[in-house]
Write a protein that binds this ligand. Structure first.
Ligand SMILES: *[C@@H]1O[C@H](CO)[C@@H](O)[C@H](O)[C@H]1NC(C)=O
Ligand SMILES: *[C@@H]1O[C@H](CO)[C@@H](O)[C@H](O)[C@H]1NC(C)=O
Ligand SMILES: *[C@@H]1O[C@H](CO)[C@@H](O)[C@H](O)[C@H]1NC(C)=O
Ligand SMILES: *[C@@H]1O[C@H](CO)[C@@H](O)[C@H](O)[C@H]1NC(C)=O
Ligand SMILES: *[C@@H]1O[C@H](CO)[C@@H](O)[C@H](O)[C@H]1NC(C)=O
Ligand SMILES: [Ca+2]
Length: 521
């Protein structure tokens, strides 16, 4: 706050003396924010990251006009915790998006789970709302589906999208997922928002594009700063694309979905230009977790990295990430700064000259010095699987305390997180405990985590103590939050969301029966 006041005084003094009308409209304006957040898209899916299909011209253009990160991470290899970390700037273990029912299991927010984002968490949307921003989420929320957890209770003014994944349900024992317009549901998937599983055709991405464009038009007219959180989910199985894109990719339905989203990004870029919002809008593109290797050819690509979604290998945690802010961020840059989705929170606060909420411990850092000045900062990456810290990265080194490919129960039903990849001692079928002698990898020489650096080498003996110290320091101040994903009840599903009565879509909930959720994968 005090730095804001002093800036204001400086501005005032300058203004009295000269050219204040020219300076005033720019220096006082808060930047707009757009986060384009993908579902299960991998590091290797875009042309600018080397995918041979080269079917993302608009995202490639965005990268050429901005800054592409090579070493950017998520805070979790699965949807809900990743999204909660993005919006809170904190690790799942700190914001509660994990479960302690079973050791080291990923958990998320299916509709039978009781939990969601705690009222005590201060989301970036809440800070921006207080600062006069208008905030809209388009697409998937996944921070809890019960009324108290929905986006309009957590700093968003507008919403078009769904609280959970667009899985197919029978609509009887498990209700179809509702689609919301702001506070009220407007229908349900399959009943009202068609997704054709035979053909893979659905119009939802087109609707999400339209929602974004209308919002931008409106905000430009209102001259009010905004935060648009655009979270389409067409690249999450079951995949979908509209008729216009279906069958156009060389990569099958997954590629069709990517092409349609890329088209949407192009429309958003055009709209910013047309509305003269380019110079005052920070736009960031990334994905919530690595590509779903378990979906085989229905999933994306993690480039040179090992395994994918659900795992703590690089394929699960490393994300595509592009920052664009013409006038502020020089175009055509590539940064090797280790970044994390959790960094966007403090980066955006810095961009808007807003102070950090008091008393909140953040796991992210501000990347503004990197984006504006190319500075680099050494900082760790913590790779949790559920409640357990599996791995840590510092510099180019990564230590594995635990490794685990795919739980046996998952393999039994045809799930495999590392299809076509088998590395002795690393892609283990059972959870392997290496805490006594962690495995060490050098991600520069060996991005695919294939070659274990032997523990008798001088390199290992120099590096491992540094990595262990980083973990020790992390653990010293860590106060794990109450886990949100321990309790389940079929009665809390989306039976009768607000607004259901107006459209005749209410359903009767079964009797409440509370049980401990199980997280088999
Ligand atoms: C300030 O606003 C005026 C009117 O909206 C515009 O013509 C001018 O270009 C703006 N100045 C700058 C420096 O952006
Ligand atoms: C998508 O929209 C088009 C054009 O409005 C319509 O003809 C088509 O039936 C819609 N498809 C689905 C699956 O809803
Ligand atoms: C970038 O560098 C300039 C010049 O050294 C400095 O004044 C400015 O504070 C830096 N900005 C950030 C965000 O680090
Ligand atoms: C891994 O091994 C260490 C040392 O033997 C032990 O303390 C720890 O509890 C084990 N971890 C798990 C999850 O069993
Ligand atoms: C969940 O598991 C814990 C530990 O086993 C047990 O004490 C508790 O009663 C269980 N809760 C429910 C609702 O089943
Ligand atoms: Ca996801």
């Amino acid at each position: 706050m005090s730095s804001q006041i002093s800036l204001y005084i400086v501005w005032f003094v300058l203004c009295v003396h000269s050219r204040c009308s020219v300076q005033s409209n720019d220096s006082n304006k808060k930047p707009n924010f757009i986060i384009l957040f993908m579902d299960d898209m991998g590091w290797g899916d875009l042309g600018c990251y080397g995918h041979p299909a080269r079917e993302t011209p608009n995202l490639d253009k965005m990268a050429s006009q901005g800054l592409l990160f090579t070493d950017f991470y998520t805070a979790s290899a699965i949807c809900s915790p990743s999204r909660a970390s993005l919006l809170t700037g904190r690790l799942p273990i700190r914001n509660g998006f994990y479960s302690t029912n079973q050791v080291a299991r990923n958990s998320y927010a299916p509709q039978e789970v009781l939990g969601g984002i705690a009222a005590s968490e201060v989301l970036i949307s809440e800070v921006l709302q207080k600062a006069g921003y208008r905030n809209k989420i388009v697409g998937k929320w996944h921070l809890g589906h019960q009324a108290e957890y929905l986006p309009l209770r957590h700093g968003f003014h507008e919403w078009f999208g769904a609280p959970n994944c667009h899985y197919k349900y029978d609509g009887k024992i498990i209700p179809n997922i509702p689609v919301y317009k702001d506070h009220l549901m407007t229908g349900r998937y399959y009943d009202d928002y068609k997704i054709d599983h035979e053909t893979g055709v659905a119009n939802l991405t087109q609707m999400y594009i339209e929602e974004a464009l209308v919002f931008l038009d409106r905000q430009a007219k209102a001259k009010q700063p905004f935060f648009l959180y655009w979270a389409p989910d067409a690249t999450h199985t079951p995949l979908y694309a509209s008729e216009k894109f279906r069958g156009h990719s060389s990569r099958g339905l997954y590629g069709d979905a990517v092409m349609e989203i890329d088209y949407g990004v192009g429309k958003i870029l055009d709209k910013l230009k047309q509305l003269h919002l380019d110079d005052n809008t920070f736009m960031f593109f990334s994905s919530d977790n690595g590509a779903a290797t378990y979906a085989f050819t229905e999933g994306g690509s993690n480039g040179p990295f090992l395994c994918g979604k659900q795992t703590t290998f690089e394929g699960g945690f490393r994300q595509p990430a592009i920052a664009r802010w013409p006038g502020m961020i020089k175009g055509g840059q590539v940064s090797h700064q280790v970044g994390n989705l959790m960094d966007l929170y403090l980066t955006m606060l810095d961009m808007a000259s807003l102070s950090r909420p008091k008393g909140v411990v953040f796991d992210g850092i501000s990347l503004l010095p990197t984006m504006l000045n190319g500075t680099k900062k050494d900082r760790p990456v913590f790779y949790y699987r559920g409640d357990t810290l599996f791995k840590v990265r510092l510099g180019q080194y990564k230590a594995h305390f635990y490794t685990w490919n795919t739980p046996r129960e998952a393999q039994d039903i045809g799930y495999h997180y590392c299809p076509g990849q088998r590395i002795d001692k690393v892609t283990t079928d059972q959870m392997a405990n290496y805490t006594q002698a962690p495995l060490l990898f050098h991600l520069g020489r060996d991005p695919g985590e294939k070659f274990i650096i032997p523990s008798h080498t001088a390199e290992y003996q120099t590096v491992m103590p540094r990595l262990l110290k980083t973990v020790h320091e992390h653990r010293r101040d860590l106060r794990p939050a109450k886990p949100q994903f321990n309790l389940c009840d079929l009665a809390v599903q989306n039976w009768a969301p607000a607004g259901c009565e107006k459209i005749n879509r209410c359903q009767m909930a079964p009797m409440s029966y509370l049980y401990n959720c199980t997280w088999p994968y």
